[in-house]
Design a protein around this ligand. Structure first.
Ligand SMILES: [Zn+2]
Length: 376
């Protein structure tokens, strides 16, 4: 039986479960970002099991422009290709087209743009995005959307959101068609719609009401963490989440810091993804319950403690701060890999702590305690 089950609520915070053909995801959850089918920092799908990853996220645009989704389909789909049997969410490519690719031209049919790899022209609309995600065979496909710049004026945002709504209907029709074909990699592929509307409350709300009427498998809030303040982001969650269906998962795209995640869980968000743990890890920035620190600093040169006392990650179980710092200073890839493993473990473990707190009806005190110790 696939679908979302709301297990319990603590005010607006939700403890839930998403059952899929690739296994169960306990929520709230952090999705580990493997853009091209690998976590940056030499982290393999075997490592993902060890760091408590429940669900991996890969990118439609990147896999389409390099290696190609049709080749991956011929090889049995992304799960088989990267040897990961758990759930995978693929984003639609929309965000990358609007942030990475150049020479974009947006029309009702879709977007024409130049690849960031070799500049060749690509057309992608809702049908193309869904076809690529179907070829990859991910567990959850994301609807193809435009993410309007947060500084866009109201008229632009309104027209953009209306077009994205028409694109969503086309995405759903295309996915239904593909899921019914005999040679489809995952005939049970789910579809999440995406709420947009920049910082305009009424546009966000109208859009949330509209996409909720389409009975999708889940709902994402997009276009946040792109330059607005944290307060604006929390405000948008306050006004938007109550307009999404209670019996479906809510995903806040691209967020965020541990503090952002706690604030968003409190506002009813179930799914998160963010490049911070892997990107910061590759710069020697490490997360602990008392805040972030940089292992490259001289004060760790003779520090024999693990990155964080009590952490059960592969780095902390075996190596000292001094050794990891030495590896990074010596340019050894292992140093960065250990930092990324620790950070991802920290994020996955934080979500586990949040779920336990929700199970035991003590989310408020867990959050207060975390914030009291976490230096910002
Ligand atoms: Zn650790």
């Amino acid at each position: 039986m696939s679908g979302y089950t709301l297990i319990k609520k603590d005010k607006r915070a939700r403890r839930g479960r998403l059952d899929t053909v690739h296994g169960t995801v306990e929520t709230p959850v952090f999705m580990n970002v493997g853009t091209v089918g690998a976590i940056k920092g030499a982290v393999s799908s075997v490592d993902l099991k060890e760091i408590g990853c429940q669900i991996e996220l890969s990118n439609t645009y990147h896999l389409h422009v390099r290696t190609g989704d049709e080749l991956i389909k011929r090889l049995g789909g992304l799960h088989r290709f990267m040897n990961w049997d758990g759930p995978i969410l693929t984003d639609s490519g929309g965000f990358q087209i609007f942030s990475l690719a150049s020479l974009r031209k947006i029309k009702e049919e879709g977007v024409t743009f130049a690849s960031h790899i070799d500049g060749h022209r690509i057309f992608m609309g809702p049908e193309e995005s869904i076809r690529i995600q179907s070829n990859l065979g991910s567990t959850i496909a994301m609807a193809f959307d435009e993410c309007p710049d947060s500084r866009s004026d109201r008229d632009y945002v309104e027209a953009s959101v209306k077009r994205t709504e028409r694109w969503l209907v086309r995405c759903k029709d295309e996915l239904d068609r593909l899921n019914a074909l005999p040679d489809t990699v995952n005939q049970h592929q789910m579809l999440f719609g995406i709420n947009q509307g920049a910082v305009f409350d009424d546009i966000r709300i109208d859009n949330a009401d509209y996409i909720s009427s389409l009975d999708l498998d889940g709902y994402a809030i997009g276009g946040l963490a792109v330059g607005e303040t944290h307060e604006e982001m929390y405000h948008i969650l306050d006004v938007t989440v109550p307009h999404l269906p209670e019996d479906k998962p809510v995903y806040l795209m691209g967020v965020g810091t541990p503090v952002n995640i706690l604030e968003a869980v409190e506002r009813g968000v179930d799914f998160f993804d963010c490049v911070y743990p892997s990107r910061n890890g590759r710069h020697g920035q490490l997360y602990t319950h008392s805040g972030k620190f940089n292992i490259k600093n001289a004060e760790y040169a003779e520090d024999l403690r693990p990155i964080e006392e009590g952490c059960k990650c592969p780095a902390c179980c075996s190596y000292s701060r001094a050794y990891i710092r030495h590896l990074i200073k010596a340019g050894e890839m292992l140093g960065l890999r250990l930092c990324v493993l620790h950070n991802l473990y920290f994020y996955n473990h934080l979500m586990k702590e949040i779920r336990q707190a929700l199970d035991e009806d003590r989310f408020d005190s867990f959050k207060a305690d975390f914030l009291a110790h976490y230096k910002r």
